[in-house]
Design a protein. Structure first.
Length: 343
């Protein structure tokens, strides 16, 4: 039994080269009564998720496989029933982030079209109905003033529901890297023995990507707090770089850079550059020496770092001293060159 089977009791599907033959083997029937129906709907949902995962890995998907997926989704929708939105309970940490723009698009879509995918809920021991997936659809139904929504019941434990919600969300292309990180952290919390290799196998992500995602763990708590409110702010690669900088003693710089990023003052690349930048050395104050001729200034000499500047009262005196200095510097250059050769 696979790791995902152990975590969510899912039904594993592997497509062969002959998609038609594989598709023909996926024809579950939905019982019409109580517990049997709930269990079969749960199995059908997981079959759909596994099939989507398999198809996402392929460059070329047959018409038969796409048709079978659509058929399964329609079968799931036909098994859904109307539930009162007011009876649904949200579990913290399970909601998928959606930008205001995307929410508006979803609302307008639902305003003019039928719901394509039912939301998923489960009955809790206390009799309440818990949302497993579909939080944003439910929100937009509320915004549209609708009291009911199509839903299917899932037969699962609390741990299985959390796993199922995460795997379902992971299939969404707009899931942010920070949300993926939070999901994998929850997996580690619920299944302490899980390895990064196993998470990579079950998610379809590479082990390297899992490592990048989990690097969010090393960001300062102040940055994690910002990301909880703005999960799309930082991607995994920038997150790993900033986490590395924080671990190497640049915590304050990372917090400051992310603060400017959150305010929209800089972009992600600039935030990484700002957090990485070494503090500029304070410039030494210029040294000024006044050379007197009696009570008057004969020459004012200023030196800043490796630059010496002389200022005289007249052009004639500046020209005369320049000629004398040139001879002195040429002699010094000859001595320097000889010393270099002998060293």
């Amino acid at each position: 039994m696979s790791l995902r089977d152990r975590m969510a009791k899912g039904m594993s599907i592997t497509l062969t080269d002959d998609d038609e033959a594989a598709a023909a083997s996926m024809k579950p029937t939905v019982p019409v009564t109580g517990p049997g129906q709930t269990m079969q709907i749960t199995a059908l949902r997981r079959q759909i998720e596994d099939l989507k995962t398999e198809l996402a890995k392929r460059d070329d998907v047959s018409v038969a496989a796409e048709a079978r997926l659509k058929e399964m989704e329609e079968q799931l929708m036909s098994a859904a029933s109307d539930v009162e939105i007011s009876e649904l309970v949200e579990v913290p940490g399970r909601r998928r982030y959606m930008s205001p723009e995307k929410k508006l698009e979803l609302r307008e879509n639902l305003r003019h079209n039928k719901l394509v995918h039912p939301v998923v809920i489960r009955r809790r021991p206390d009799g309440t109905k818990e949302i497993v997936s579909g939080h944003n659809r439910i929100d937009e139904y509320k915004a549209l003033g609708r009291a009911k929504i199509k839903a299917v019941f899932e037969d699962s434990t609390e741990d299985e529901a959390a796993a199922n919600a995460f795997w379902a969300n992971l299939l969404q292309s707009d899931l942010t890297d920070f949300e993926k990180y939070r999901g994998f952290k929850q997996m580690q919390g619920r299944f302490p023995a899980i390895t990064q290799a196993e998470m990579a196998e079950q998610s379809g992500l590479s082990e390297a990507m899992i490592s990048y995602l989990l690097a969010f763990d090393d960001l300062p708590s102040e940055v994690l707090s910002v990301l909880n409110d703005q999960p799309a702010l930082i991607g995994s690669h920038a997150g790993k770089t900033l986490a590395g900088l924080a671990k190497n003693g640049r915590t304050a710089e990372v917090i400051a850079a992310v603060g400017q990023l959150a305010e929209g003052k800089i972009d992600q690349a600039q935030a990484v550059k700002l957090a990485s930048a070494k503090p500029a050395k304070a410039a030494k104050a210029a040294e000024t020496v006044k050379i007197k001729a009696g009570k008057a200034d004969y020459c004012v000499m200023r030196r800043a770092a490796n630059v010496v500047r002389l200022q005289f009262k007249s052009d004639e005196e500046a020209s005369r001293v320049q000629a004398a200095l040139q001879k002195v510097l040429e002699a010094e250059s000859a001595c320097f060159t000889a010393a270099q050769r002998n060293s």
